[in-house]
Design a protein around this ligand. Structure first.
Ligand SMILES: *[C@@H]1O[C@H](CO)[C@@H](O)[C@H](O)[C@H]1NC(C)=O
Ligand SMILES: *[C@@H]1O[C@H](CO)[C@@H](O)[C@H](O)[C@H]1NC(C)=O
Ligand SMILES: *[C@@H]1O[C@H](CO)[C@@H](O)[C@H](O)[C@H]1NC(C)=O
Length: 227
């Protein structure tokens, strides 16, 4: 009877494992893949491309818009411009530790830019222009010491430009134009190097870069900040 019982037990365990495996396919997916699925779950409409992302893949490297490093298989680019995406930008993107380029421009994303992006310290480019992103620019972006390109133009961003962005020593292009930003443009650090066009179309900003004096009564465009 020993053998039979042992066999039955083995079969039962196998059965349970198989069942568990089929229910929980995503167990096999890499952590970067899991983070991308969480990112997708915060998106409410799309043109369909991200619906083809398959949770049963071992890694997300063949998913549309995703590029991995060929050796490490870690996600380095996420590029989903012009995909009619609407919804919020998930804080889980902060788990893509090796992300270098994030391109979500020309979509309908709304809500805040997640401060967790400040965790992706290998980021070299962030392109979020032309969405409906609101709230203030997270000061945590100042932690991205490799960042060369930041474009947040054409959103609904409010508040002031965080002084921490002045620490971004590798910044080559910077654009926060056409938002609702207010207050002084930080003059300590790299932001002093950018032209008027980087800041245009924000009626509440002041500073040398746009030739509008701060606290100075001289400017005819002086709009007092409301809340
Ligand atoms: C970001 O980093 C902070 C501090 O290390 C950590 O507490 C948080 O969980 C991280 N967030 C994400 C989304 O990885
Ligand atoms: C990131 O930036 C925030 C705000 O600027 C700061 O409080 C935090 O300590 C920084 N985190 C790291 C890991 O440098
Ligand atoms: C930022 O994006 C806008 C809209 O696509 C574009 O017109 C502008 O040239 C970009 N800014 C920079 C500095 O590249």
């Amino acid at each position: 009877m020993g053998i039979c019982q042992a066999r039955c037990k083995v079969l039962r365990v196998l059965c349970i494992l198989l069942l568990y495996g089929s229910i929980n396919n995503s167990l096999a997916l890499s952590p970067d893949g899991e983070a991308l699925l969480s990112f997708r779950s915060a998106i409410v409409t799309s043109d369909g491309s991200i619906l083809q992302w398959r949770p049963e893949d071992p890694d997300p490297c063949r998913w549309k818009g995703v590029t991995c490093d060929s050796e490490s298989k870690r996600v380095i680019y996420l590029s989903l411009a012009h995909q009619k995406l609407s919804g919020s930008i998930s804080p889980y993107l902060g788990k893509l530790e090796h992300l270098r380029i994030l391109t979500l421009r020309d979509n309908n994303f709304y809500g805040p830019i997640p401060s967790e992006l400040g965790n992706c310290t290998e980021l070299q480019g962030i392109y979020l222009q032309r969405n409906y992103l609101s709230d203030s620019i997270p000061s945590e972006l100042g932690n991205l010491s490799n960042l060369g390109h930041l474009n947040l133009s054409g959103n609904l961003l409010r508040g002031s430009i965080p002084p921490s962005l002045g620490k971004l020593n590798k910044l080559v292009t910077f654009d926060v134009s056409a938002n609702f930003l207010a207050g002084p443009i930080p003059s300590d650090g790299v932001l002093i190097n950018f032209p008027e066009s980087s800041f245009g179309g924000n009626r509440g900003l002041c500073g040398k870069q746009i030739k509008v004096a701060c606290n100075g009564g001289s400017s005819t465009n002086n709009i007092s900040p409301t809340s």
